[in-house]
Ligand binder design. Structure first.
Ligand code: HEC
Ligand code: HEC
Ligand code: HEC
Ligand code: HEC
Ligand code: HEC
Ligand code: HEC
Length: 177
């Protein structure tokens, strides 16, 4: 937007303003730096056209949240189905702007480490049996940690209970306490 007028400028003119000082403007504005309002990195960097996000040369009112521009692909996901999995529409913690696949490798580490420790390299479906149905909210511990193997490790633990939710409550990061 030309700081001296309310008339939206064509993208080429915006670049022009960046390049040359504004002669007739009483309060000279600093050159417009897009990175300050919204980083154009990953798939958002050129050669992506300005028009992809600013159709018809409209700059004001551009959505600035991922979901604001990518809600349709969110709804269209099937593997995993984000809606069925009750994934947040805050895409940033799980995705970069480079590509939807792969998701951020570290997104899971916060919830439950699977790239370090004893669970490194275990396929998703071994813990999320409902993955085929697009559901990652369900998980299992006791499919691998059988009662026979696990109970003897807890002879000193009075509150031991043999169910997935209890395992995760006491071992939120899947490691030794
Ligand atoms: C990937 C999407 C995307 C692309 C590509 C993009 N922009 Fe933007 N642009 C945004 C977003 C998001 C904002 C900030 C909206 C906000 O926070 O108010 C913005 C803000 C702006 C603004 C300030 C609008 C205002 O509020 O006055 C201008 C000017 C602008 N962009 C120009 C450009 C130009 C020129 C290009 C091409 C070189 C470009 N943009 C490419 C997403 C994009
Ligand atoms: C102002 C609109 C706008 C916003 C806000 C925006 N994007 Fe985009 N994004 C686009 C457009 C336009 C493209 C290129 C066309 C396409 O692939 O949809 C794109 C492409 C992408 C791609 C590549 C998609 C592919 O198929 O390869 C990813 C990944 C992406 N964006 C992630 C994000 C994330 C994460 C955020 C939030 C941090 C975000 N975007 C915010 C408009 C936006
Ligand atoms: C809790 C983490 C999480 C959140 C939040 C999340 N995603 Fe994803 N997304 C994933 C995972 C995991 C995959 C699968 C990645 C892979 O296969 O490498 C994925 C895959 C995708 C794919 C490709 C899969 C397909 O079926 O086409 C798209 C598109 C996508 N996400 C869009 C989004 C958008 C848009 C948002 C936000 C509105 C979002 N995601 C929020 C975790 C998340
Ligand atoms: C060793 C078991 C294990 C493995 C392997 C595993 N997960 Fe998880 N996953 C969990 C646990 C535990 C949680 C946290 C559940 C909770 O806190 O409610 C979780 C949570 C998630 C969530 C968030 C679900 C939600 O509630 O929003 C997603 C998405 C997810 N996992 C995807 C994956 C993907 C994709 C893979 C493979 C790359 C994978 N998981 C591998 C155990 C595992
Ligand atoms: C796909 C099989 C599998 C699943 C599912 C699984 N684990 Fe494990 N887990 C292992 C293996 C293999 C080890 C390493 C050998 C061992 O200690 O039994 C391990 C080790 C552990 C340890 C000991 C770690 C250490 O540092 O000594 C804990 C605690 C643990 N798992 C908790 C969990 C919890 C909680 C869940 C469910 C959220 C879970 N596991 C799901 C396979 C699994
Ligand atoms: C009430 C809390 C509690 C519950 C519930 C619980 N654990 Fe533990 N777990 C512990 C404690 C404390 C230890 C350490 C005991 C010791 O060193 O004598 C332990 C030890 C272990 C160990 C041996 C490795 C280590 O960290 O010392 C594994 C593996 C393990 N638990 C897995 C599980 C699984 C799988 C479940 C669910 C079936 C589970 N635990 C349920 C508290 C719990």
């Amino acid at each position: 937007m030309n700081p001296c007028s309310r008339i939206p400028l064509a993208p080429t003119m915006v670049s022009l303003i960046v390049a040359v000082a504004l002669p007739a403007c009483s309060t000279p504005a600093a050159p417009f730096d897009h990175q300050q309002v919204f980083a154009l990195d990953g798939a958002h960097a050129p050669p992506l056209a300005c028009e992809a996000c600013h159709p018809a040369g409209r700059f004001q009112g551009t959505p600035s949240t991922c979901d604001g521009c990518h809600h349709a692909p969110y709804l269209a996901t099937t593997s995993p189905s984000h809606a069925a999995s009750l994934f947040s529409t805050d895409c940033g913690p799980c995705h970069t702007t480079t590509a939807w696949r792969p998701a951020r490798p570290d997104f899971h580490e916060v919830a439950f480490p699977i790239t370090t420790g004893k669970h490194a390299g275990i396929p998703c479906v071994h813990c999320h049996a409902a993955q085929a149905a697009g559901n990652f909210t369900q998980y299992s511990c006791v499919t691998c940690h059988t009662l026979g193997a696990t109970a003897p490790l807890h002879t000193t633990v009075a509150a031991f209970a043999f169910d997935d939710q209890s395992c995760l409550t006491c071992h939120p990061h899947g490691n030794h306490l």
